[in-house]
Design a protein around this ligand. Structure first.
Ligand SMILES: Nc1ncnc2c1ncn2[C@@H]1O[C@H](COP(=O)(O)OP(=O)(O)OP(=O)(O)O)[C@@H](O)[C@H]1O
Length: 323
């Protein structure tokens, strides 16, 4: 593919984006910015409003309020928006009777791109061997690769991909990760949505998390990881003594079948060691467990008791917007 990085790839921006479908508010006053040179994950559970937001950013859905901006201008006001922004919103919706090659040729024609570029992107996504096969026989993972090839055709400075990891096998996810990282490394602006944080946690630099159409947090992934509770794996022959120790310190316990031990949530290893020593409790294993990002994601996106309440006490949604 063309190696030259796009100079000054534009920022993608949602400014107070709101969308009502009848009585349903799908997106509610959503503001965030997607920086060039980084991969940003747009995350939220099913129905959180991700696709609707992406469609508003791309001028495919008219916002009820607010604006979607690419480099400070609405998508449609750019002279050649389809060259500037590569998009894959629904890889599953490709025409089943058309071949992979046919799809790319149809997409390349209005962009004025030559056959050589079609061949380049086919190779880039690893579909050369099936170029003449009809898409109807493709797996979802192969369709994802083709959708990505279409998005990459014009060598765009901005990429917007809706659930690109969906349907990819583990090897495909590793491949997608390195491709997206290299595209961002060239200075491009890359936005990928997912409803599964685990799918993209090794791919993204920044996260924009939404739930029920509203912004929950927008921040670097490392900051999201800091919200994770510490956890410690412990093996102790005196199970009752360990349970009593956990109770007295407010640590929640969960069995760890792989080791036969217990994971103490909310506990640092050093604190557990000190407490066990003080209580005269014998430990056979004491091991810090990595922060569990998925549980942070679930905690942030699960509906709270009060819909007006911030999902994370002490952190308002607005705090997460400013970046
Ligand atoms: N055209 C439409 N007409 C009516 N309601 C819609 C329409 N499009 C989306 N919605 C509703 O808006 C809300 C947000 O949907 P959206 O598809 O944007 O969420 P999502 O986060 O992309 O979910 P998923 O991960 O399931 O694709 C949902 O309640 C959905 O039912």
């Amino acid at each position: 593919m063309t190696p030259a990085p796009p100079p000054d790839a534009p920022v993608l921006e949602a400014v107070g984006l709101t969308k009502d479908f009848g009585a349903v508010r799908a997106v509610d006053d959503l503001s965030f910015a997607v920086a060039p040179g980084r991969v940003t994950g747009f995350l939220g559970p099913n129905g959180a409003g991700k696709t609707t937001t992406l469609r508003m950013l791309l001028g495919l859905v008219r916002p009820s309020a607010g604006r979607g901006l690419v480099g400070g201008r609405p998508y449609g006001e750019h002279p050649a928006p389809a060259r500037l922004v590569g998009v894959c919103l629904d890889a599953g919706a490709l025409h089943p009777g058309r071949t992979a090659l046919g799809h790319l040729r149809v997409a390349a024609a209005p962009l004025g791109l030559p056959e050589t570029r079609v061949r380049e992107v086919l190779a880039l996504v690893g579909l050369e061997a099936v170029a003449r096969r009809r898409v109807g026989g493709f797996s979802l993972g192969m369709k994802q690769r083709l959708g990505l090839a279409v998005a990459l055709l014009a060598d765009p400075a901005v990429l917007v991909l809706d659930e690109p990891a969906n349907g990819l096998d583990p090897e495909g996810i590793v491949w997608l990760r390195s491709l997206l990282r290299s595209l961002a490394g060239q200075g491009r602006t890359v936005l990928v949505s997912s409803h599964v944080l685990r799918e993209v946690e090794h791919t993204v630099d920044d996260v924009v998390v939404v739930a029920s159409g509203r912004l929950v947090v927008a921040e670097p992934l490392v900051d999201l990881a800091r919200r994770a509770e510490p956890a410690t794996l412990v093996l102790a022959p005196d199970a009752a003594g360990l349970a009593a120790l956990a109770r007295s310190h407010g640590w929640t316990t969960a069995p760890d079948p792989a080791t036969g031990g217990v994971v103490l949530a909310g506990a640092e290893a050093a604190g557990v060691g000190a407490a066990a020593h003080a209580a005269g409790l014998e430990l056979h294993r004491l091991e810090p467990r990595g922060s569990d990002l998925e549980s942070v994601f679930l905690r942030l996106t699960q509906p709270g008791p009060d819909p007006g309440e911030s999902p994370d006490p002490g952190q308002s949604a607005a705090e997460g917007v400013a970046r």
